[in-house]
Ligand binder design. Structure first.
Ligand code: GCU
Length: 406
């Protein structure tokens, strides 16, 4: 029998009753009272809950990681930037699983802080720069840009509006990106050709012990491995960012890997920054039905059963503490539950307080286009599900505040 169509709830008055787990309460009921207790007991325990119930295990590095330079242009973007392209191999030999890295750096003598994130359509999608190598991987078909699952020349710059490469360079930041499909193509059987299969023996992990979001997040940590080896990069100032499903992956990577200095969630919604128990817009059941491979099997047991989860997404955001965290929403992106994203940040705030840091510094959700926050930044902007120049202006300002102190 056909399933009835999913009808998202967009009415605050129809919210189910819920009680959130307290981020600062130990399993035995005692409160977490010190930053040390958070770091040594509560943080590892919460991370473990997310591994078991939501995103799966996070394997370590392969034994061999090799970067092979594909091209370097010292005069990229009209002479304003250096462009490097590399392949990062996970193992010996040209046929080892690998991912392609695109890196732009400002022309400075000092190591540059860098914004790092995955892209949706191949590295060529982030800029019209004709020097970017066209990805040869599987891509989701789109108009004349991706035909029979391969990029055409028309795919260049197809998501350039979401990247602001030149703006970042002008502000002294580099930008590093990898196509998420290099880790795992985003479809139901993508795991069969992605690293969950090709690296399963190397990483000693069964494909079903982790998830597509896990594989994408793992790739971000490997990108960090590379950035740590590049003397032109200040690896202590790498700002991780991601939009939507890639925002979920960025949060999961930032939770696992504390080398990232700051984490930005752009419209990450369900399974990202939004409180799942609100069941507003997309729900656990809906995301598990549309994208079952994004999460581990156990997560399905919470379909319409959110109150039984030992986690909620404020706990994921809390794992970024005490590092700077930015959560952004968009007014017309109700599917991602902007209010739930704000509340995710708000409910995570006590952990920053424990570290003596000011978090959001507001008790109520701000109005549109009114960014707030100290160590946790938040805004809801006008417009829909996207990354816009407005979003980037806030991220640059926030990074400047935390990492460019005079
Ligand atoms: C779908 C999905 C969301 C996801 C979004 C995206 O809308 O339901 O969970 O964030 O795609 O990645 O753009």
């Amino acid at each position: 029998m056909a399933q009835p169509a999913f009808k998202p709830n967009y009415d605050e008055n129809k919210m189910p009753a819920y009680t959130l787990p307290n981020v600062l309460q130990l399993p035995g009921g005692q409160p977490v009272t010190s930053a040390k207790q958070w770091s040594t007991v509560q943080r590892p325990a919460i991370l473990q809950l997310f591994k078991e119930h939501v995103y799966g295990q996070m394997p370590g590095k392969p034994r061999v990681i090799r970067s092979v330079v594909r091209s370097v242009d010292e005069q990229a973007l009209g002479g304003k930037a250096i462009r490097k392209q590399l392949t990062l191999f996970f193992g010996n030999g040209d046929d080892a699983p690998n991912m392609e890295i695109l890196l732009y750096l400002p022309k400075t003598t000092k190591p540059a802080p860098v914004f790092a994130g995955l892209n949706f359509f191949g590295n060529h999608c982030v800029s019209n720069d004709p020097g970017i190598l066209l990805s040869t991987r599987w891509l989701p078909n789109r108009n004349e840009q991706v035909v029979t699952n391969r990029a055409t020349e028309k795919a260049r710059g197809m998501q350039a509006s979401r990247w602001e490469v030149e703006e970042l360079i002008a502000h002294g930041y580099g930008t590093a990106t990898v196509y998420y499909g290099d880790l795992e193509p985003d479809h139901a059987t993508g795991w069969q050709t992605g690293i969950r299969t090709t690296l399963k023996d190397e990483l000693h992990i069964a494909p079903e012990a982790w998830s597509a979001i896990g594989a994408w997040a793992w790739g971000l940590s490997r990108l960090m491995d590379y950035l740590e080896t590049d003397p032109a990069v200040d690896a202590k100032r790498v700002m991780l960012h991601g939009h939507s499903r890639l925002g979920k992956a960025a949060l999961w990577a930032g939770a696992n890997d504390e080398r990232f200095a700051m984490v930005i969630s752009n419209d990450s919604g369900e399974g990202g920054a939004a409180i799942a128990r609100r069941m507003f817009g997309e729900t656990v059941e809906r995301i598990n039905t549309s994208f079952p491979y994004w999460f581990v099997g156990k997560f399905k047991s919470y379909n319409q059963n959110e109150n039984a989860m030992p986690t909620d997404q404020h706990m994921l955001l809390a794992l970024v503490a005490p590092r700077p965290l930015y959560v952004a929403s968009a007014q017309d992106d109700q599917w991602a539950d902007p209010k739930g994203e704000f509340l995710g940040a708000k409910e995570a705030e006590p952990v920053w307080t424990l570290f003596g840091k000011k978090g959001l510094g507001v008790s109520a959700m701000p109005s549109v286009d009114q960014p707030v926050g100290q160590t946790i930044g938040y805004h809801i902007r006008t417009g829909g599900h996207d990354i816009t120049p407005y979003d980037w202006q806030q991220y640059i300002r926030f990074a400047d505040k935390h990492f460019r102190k005079p």
